[in-house]
Design a protein around this ligand. Sequence first.
Ligand code: NAD
Ligand code: GLY
Length: 359
Amino acid sequence: MNEVHIALDERSYDIHIGKALLSDHSLLTSSLKGRQVVVISNETVAPLYLEQIERALVDYEVHTILLSDGEHTKNLNTYSEIIDQMIAVPCDRRCTIIALGGGVIGDIAGFVAATYQRGIPFVQVPTTLLAQVDSSVGGKTGVNHPVGKNMIGAFHQPQKVITDLDTLSTLDDRQFSAGLAEVIKYGLINDFVFFQWIEQNLEKVMSKDADALTFIISRSCESKRDIVEQDEQEQGVRALLNLGHTFGHAIETATEYVEWLHGEAVALGMVMAADLSRRLGWIDQADCQRLNQVLVAARLPVALRQPIDPVVLRKLMQGDKKVLDGSLRLVLMKSLGEAVIVEDVDNELIMETLQGFAG
Ligand code: NAD
Ligand code: GLY
């Protein structure tokens, strides 16, 4: 088992990464504060892994809340239904929430934990690669609003993250690749050596070799840790983690969240960020091709299937949470492995990139 420690004063915690961790009962129970536990999961993940969690919790008062599957459940109505159920129990302030599932479950369960009686503990048990390398780490929790994703939320760090590699055996290939987009992102942000390792070892990763998985998940969590420890609440450098996300969110919104998975949209967004970085003279065509090659090898998209009006995309980008006082901030690349946050990028260049990909 590998451990990654996140040092955030009294909000510090460990990420445990390994095989068969769901059968390690003390790993789960050692983070529980009181006798009450609420497990939040969904109709897809619960039949696969809930029993293992329940076996560890035989000495606890366990309440299970199962949501229907999908991003559409990550909203205030579902949040309110969960709170109603917890009040009906009634759950007290020592109750711990266990989030068993992908990023949707982690985000909404974390937001309930952040706000129920002004905050109760929670444990992340991420079961998608994307959740294991990104959403379960760093304490961003929240739900969507009809006008935009993750518009309502709070920072609330978990007590612990338990990443059992065995859960990836049931994850479909498309979802696995979507998680790889975030892994590749860490290489591009500040770790060129990791980017090269991914290029050279992608076959092992794609075959879900346990050592390769342990390595990419640990390295991704360490990379995120290094940024979150500097800037827990995204006042500055944490925005680097959004490489590819401003373009990606615009694509997701324009395609109504049905055509592309989040990680796929991030892959497209990274290709666009690379193109704009090239137009600014920071990286060259060979770098762009290198990025495209690794994305294609990871079975990720590098081009849109249907054109999207560049003007629509540009407008959607303006709704990004990184826009401050009307000014669009983008994460671009000075080189592969060195991302930077930039304001006031020439709008003509942005439009050229959008026209090149979307028009
Ligand atoms: P998801 O939670 O929807 O999971 C993807 C699909 O895989 C779902 O159908 C789910 O039921 C299924 N699934 C999960 N684990 C499985 C398993 N082991 N075997 C079989 N099927 C399984 O999607 P996701 O990609 O994990 O997360 C996306 C969400 O995460 C978005 O809402 C996004 O906004 C959020 N997110 C949050 C952060 C953050 O920092 N909080 C970061 C990135 C993304
Ligand atoms: N996924 C971006 C962040 O956690 O800040």
